[in-house]
Design a protein. Structure first.
Length: 365
């Protein structure tokens, strides 16, 4: 059995993390949601800020969605933040504002799946239920030399059954967390440090000298590519922003003008003359500048982005004629309060130096 060796190692080597020092069901839920697809070091900054702003499910359920998304800005995968808020509504409505301890009931809460239910039940309520994630599948695949494909349901089921046999009834939370820490620090995907691993004596893959042959590689997916042109349109000290629809990719986040395809500067100029209420067609009363290329990979999609920045003087822009489907003009202070997707971070960061009014100048591309 690996219990003893794993728990003894965890006692002496566990990572000190804020959500572990004062463990609560709510804090465990928030930290697990943040840690999905995000590195621990990143979450360290976000977790205390989020807990301070929303200390319990009631506070989170009553918060303005824009405020929640702003505190999530930079963590990516914003559906997690929206699910947390939906989950908070559900907890307030069905469980009187307290997370239940039963893993099955936990999974009725929006955004909580089997892994998170296992993590919350075992760590916050001491219930011996597995929390099987990619780390766990990798470790068990190596321990037992199992040729598992991590993305397949059968791999999850196989490992779940084995962890259920191993998990101690008196300390299930530490056992699950020890597996997480071992996977993050020692039994890593490419370079497992078997020489210091507490489970080395029980590890079949190590005995075979084939640690990195397990688990089997995930099948390669072809990710579709979308081309985008982003326009940061400044009018004096204000910038044009638009809120994305409440459903779909990056729902509810703010963006700059987003046009399909990668447009040349001439095409951008044509678009400006057709869609923006400006009086500068002949006079060159604005700057246009290429901000450069960027890309962002979502789980299922890649964006190739080309960015431009345009500056108009207040005198030559007729606000009242701005088509509301293009968005609204906001000040630097207002813009700083809005949540923008990480996909636009290359262009968003530049805005702090760009809120400078530029008087009449000539075109450049
Ligand atoms: S001995 Fe090596 S491969 Fe086996 S569990 Fe430990 S780190 Fe992973």
């Amino acid at each position: 059995m690996i219990q003893e060796a794993l728990l003894e190692w965890f006692d002496g080597h566990h990572r000190v993390l804020p959500w572990r020092t004062d463990r609560t069901p709510y804090g465990t839920w928030i930290s697990e949601a943040m840690l999905q697809q995000t590195r621990v070091v990143t979450v360290l900054d976000y977790y205390p800020r989020f807990l301070q702003a929303f200390p319990d499910p009631f506070a989170l359920s009553q918060a303005n969605e824009d405020t929640v998304l702003k505190l999530w800005e930079g963590l990516g995968y914003y559906s997690r933040a929206r699910n947390l808020q939906r989950g908070a509504h559900y907890i307030c409505e069905h469980f009187d504002g307290k997370l239940p301890s039963d893993p099955k009931l936990l999974q009725t809460i929006p955004g909580i799946g089997p892994y998170m239910a296992g993590a919350i039940a075992s760590q916050a309520f001491n219930i011996p239920v597995p929390a099987v994630d990619g780390n766990c599948i990798r470790i068990y695949s190596r321990l037992h030399a199992l040729p598992l494909v991590p993305t397949e349901r059968s791999a999850y089921n196989e490992v779940y059954a084995r962890v259920l046999q191993d998990i101690p009834s008196d300390n299930p939370g530490d056992f699950n967390e020890a597996l997480m820490d071992l996977g993050a620090t020692i039994c890593t995907p490419k370079s497992p440090r078997c020489e210091i691993c507490p489970l080395a004596a029980s590890c079949s893959a190590m005995l075979l000298g084939k640690q990195t042959d397990f688990p089997l590689p995930k099948p390669k997916r072809i990710i579709p590519i979308e081309e985008h042109t982003i326009l940061k349109v400044f009018v004096g000290n204000r910038v044009l922003v638009n809120k994305r629809p409440n459903k779909g990719l990056l729902a509810g986040l703010f963006e700059y003008v987003d046009l399909p395809g990668q447009l040349s500067s001439e095409e951008v100029v044509s678009w400006v003359h057709e869609h923006l209420p400006v009086q500068c067609a002949q006079d060159n009363h604005y700057d246009i500048r290429v901000l450069g290329h960027a890309h962002h990979i979502f789980t299922h999609l890649r964006w190739n982005i080309l960015g431009y920045e345009l500056h108009f003087s207040e005198d030559h822009f007729r606000d009242v004629e701005l088509n509301s489907s293009l968005g609204m003009l906001v000040s630097e202070e207002e813009c700083a309060q809005l949540a923008f997707p990480t996909a636009l971070s290359a262009y968003h960061a530049a805005s702090t130096t760009s809120f400078t009014h530029r008087p009449k100048s000539k075109n450049q591309s």
